[in-house]
Ligand binder design. Structure first.
Ligand code: PMP
Length: 306
């Protein structure tokens, strides 16, 4: 088994990694009934800080609300669990993964009215998601043959376990075909997002990203980048975009907690702009990563000390 840290927080207790077990009849295992988050802790000059921890925990509660899943701990207790598990593992930087799920509640699709959810929170080291060199070199992506979830089917606005079957198809098809990552179109043929990241296009010094209606998860990094870009004086628009708009972009990059900010150097083997990291992407990376070494002033209170 892939053990990535010593300790894990499970239903209110901090226990050895290997002891956090669930039954094979767990509801979430059969039906995908879980909601989760991914949060990064950065090692800043002021000490380890959870990046937008409150916003992430809020999105966890929002995802649970969409599915009427009762989170078994209060907002503050969940926040504290996130802080505690990082500290218990003595990590200065980490990826935190809280998960709310239906466990051993029976096999009915609708869990019994009084069914409780479980909550686990893991924290472990996680470097650059698509590789350290990808941050400069950029990645090759393909528009996959799989569409992103249709509106009013499985809500993309919830970060739920089951959604990642779509992500699995998007990513696996791309990788099987020799690309680094896949980009999906929505059922109307408009650009949505990657398997686990949002997408931005730079064209004539202006930033474009698909709107909330485009079958995407409203990424917290997406919001961070829109805010930093505007702060740097760039215009940012949320607008539906076509596949060919990607081909004609000056720059493209993807954003996510795990992925951070990754330049895209080609789409469907068509070079994006000059075929590497562009100047706007580089400026935004500098602004973003500057938050964690003190070079960018955190005017927004995004860094939450543990
Ligand atoms: N879309 C999907 C499908 C994701 O899984 C993620 C990662 N959570 C994102 C977008 C980016 O969201 P965030 O910036 O909040 O991590």
């Amino acid at each position: 088994p892939a053990k990535t840290a010593e300790l894990i927080w499970f239903n209110g207790e901090i226990m050895p990694w290997g002891d956090a077990k669930v039954h094979v009849m767990s509801h979430a295992l059969h039906y995908g009934t879980s909601v989760f988050e991914g949060i990064r802790v950065y090692d800043t000059p002021q000490g380890p800080a959870g990046f937008r921890l409150t916003d992430h925990v809020q999105r966890l509660y929002d995802s649970a609300k969409i599915y009427r899943m009762p989170v078994p701990y209060s907002f503050d207790e969940t926040m504290q669990a996130c802080r505690d598990i990082v500290k218990s593992n003595r990590l200065d930087s980490a990826y935190i993964r809280p998960l709310v799920f239906f466990g051993d509640v029976g096999m009915g699709i609708t869990p019994p009215k009084d069914a409780q959810c479980d909550l686990m929170v893991a924290a472990f080291p996680w470097g650059a998601y698509l590789g350290e060199d990808s941050m400069e070199r950029g990645v090759d992506v393909a528009v996959t043959s799989w569409n992103r979830l249709a509106p009013n089917t499985i809500p993309t606005g919830a970060k739920a376990g089951g959604n990642y079957l779509s992500s699995l198809q998007i990513s696996t098809e791309a990788k099987r075909n020799g690309f680094d990552e896949g980009i999906a179109l929505d059922v109307n043929g408009l650009v949505s997002e990657g398997a686990g990241a949002n997408l931005f296009v730079v064209k004539k010094n202006k930033l474009y990203t698909p709107p909330a209606t485009a079958a995407i998860l409203l990424g917290i990094t997406r919001d961070t980048i829109m805010t930093l870009a505007r702060d740097l004086g760039y215009e940012v628009v949320e607008e539906p975009m076509s596949r060919e708009f990607l081909y004609l972009a000056d720059e493209i990059f993807m954003t996510g907690t795990a992925a951070e900010i990754v330049p895209v150097r080609s789409v469907d083997r068509i070079e994006v702009g000059a075929g590497g990291r562009g100047p706007v992407t580089q400026a935004l990376q500098a602004s973003f990563f500057g938050l964690f070494n003190g070079e960018t002033q955190d005017k927004w209170g995004w860094l939450e000390p543990l």
